[in-house]
Design a protein around this ligand. Structure first.
Ligand code: AMP
Ligand code: MG
Length: 401
């Protein structure tokens, strides 16, 4: 199978992906989730004509010429309305959020009124009719659609859903991502590696990235390069109903790279294997029973870069979110060599300069080096067949944070 261009690989990964089935969650747990159904208001807001200020509910014609004296006949507070009607020459003491009593058509703010005697005020400024009154339904009416399907539940959306009378909301399900690290040489962090062993690191970064994007994680630990044990880990992921199984390592062409073989034996509908990119040529994607499988390369940098490119958009699509990589124009701070047939993602620091972003590639790009990935905030994209570039030439960067 020929090496697949990156963009085509992503297209195949996203082909036919639908947002997961909806579930109901209480408002308190809905932050960041995606609405699976529109939110229709169950009430009108404000439910009545309400005062927007502290002052007096009056008739505008009574204060058309000032000074004008009025008799205070009662009080309307938020949560406790005045039960009578405001007549000619009368006023009701009113506070923000309180219902405007019938008869009154204007709020005289208290700064423009003077108490002249017990129960008697004098208006010192005229007020136009309707001033400082929030009409019923100013925000929304009962039955109106206040939030659309696909809306991300950010803080204002959550408050709006609450105001519209919804204690819980239908949201797109969170994808369950099972992670399986493979390799005879791997030991968990905190244990002392034997003479030929290394510490397994990939699962932690991949889980964090997927978790940041709203996935639930099922970490299935480290599995040796053993067909039966890989098959067993896959069936544990499937019986947990993982929407996506991410395997780490074992997808290259070495004698101990057994993941592809086991997946094939289990009935994987292979979409592709091997991509025209660096880091991370060996990469598998396909469907296995009800789940999808993304087989990432074992080198830590390759697996995280591939996760940025392929795992994040897939999690977004399953979650009902759109996803746009943060691609920006920058200027090269150092020359770069001509590129071969694979798209190169070069770890770099991108900083603001006088003419915009300036990207400095790291001199050593070995795909096992997590230190450079941790220092990088961007990847410089080098297209297949790109000519050598000089410092100062334009380039495109993918921002990582
Ligand atoms: P593989 O893709 O299995 O051939 O692994 C490529 C390289 O990545 C090897 O040097 C492995 O030791 C290393 N590697 C594989 N899996 C992990 C992991 N989970 N954490 C850190 N390194 C890994
Ligand atoms: Mg391996």
């Amino acid at each position: 199978m020929a090496l697949l261009p990156v963009d085509e690989a992503l297209e195949r990964i996203l082909e036919g992906v639908e947002p997961l089935a909806a579930e109901k969650v209480p408002l308190n747990s809905a932050a960041g989730r995606i609405l699976a159904a529109p939110v229709e208001a169950r009430c009108t807001q404000p439910p009545f004509d309400a005062s927007a200020m502290d002052g007096y509910a009056v008739r505008a014609t009574d204060v058309a010429t000032v000074p004008a004296q009025l008799t205070v006949i009662g009080e309307s507070a938020a949560g406790r309305r005045f039960s009578g009607t405001v007549g000619h020459g009368e006023a009701v003491r009113i506070f923000t959020g309180a219902p405007v009593p019938p008869g009154a058509d204007t709020i005289l703010i208290q700064e423009n009124a003077r108490l002249v005697a017990e129960g008697r005020i004098e208006a010192v400024e005229t007020v136009a009719e309707g001033c400082h009154i929030r009409r019923a339904g100013l925000d929304f009416f009962d039955g109106a659609t206040v939030l659309d399907v696909g809306r991300s539940l950010d803080p204002p959306a959550l408050s709006l859903a609450a105001a519209a009378g919804h204690p819980e909301l239908a949201v797109v399900g969170r994808p369950l991502v099972a992670i399986i690290a493979t390799g005879d040489e791997l030991v968990p962090p905190g244990t002392t590696p034997g003479p030929d062993q290394i510490v397994a690191s990939n699962s932690f970064g991949i889980a964090a990235l997927a978790g940041q994007d709203g996935a639930d994680i099922l970490n299935l630990g480290i599995v040796p390069d053993d067909r039966a044990m890989i098959a067993d880990a896959l069936s544990r992921a499937l019986s947990a109903d993982a929407d996506l199984i991410v395997t780490l390592g074992g997808v290259s062409v070495g004698a101990h790279d057994l993941v592809r073989e086991v997946l094939t034996a289990q009935g994987l509908e292979l979409a592709f294997w091997r991509i025209a990119m660096r880091p991370g040529k060996p990469l598998i994607f396909g469907r296995l029973q009800g789940s999808r499988v993304l087989g990432l390369p074992g080198n830590p940098v390759s697996s995280l870069v591939c996760a940025h490119l392929f795992l994040r958009p897939l999690i977004a699509a399953l979650s009902g979110r759109s996803f746009a990589p943060d691609l920006r124009a920058a200027e090269l701070a150092a020359p770069m060599k001509a590129n071969d047939e694979r798209r190169d993602y070069v770890r770099a620091r991108a900083e603001n300069g006088p003419r915009g972003l300036v990207a400095t590639p790291f001199t050593v790009q070995d795909s096992s080096m997590l230190t450079t990935l941790a220092d990088a905030n961007a990847l410089i994209l080098r297209e297949p067949g790109a000519c050598a570039s000089e410092a100062g030439e334009p380039c495109q960067v993918l921002m990582l944070r």
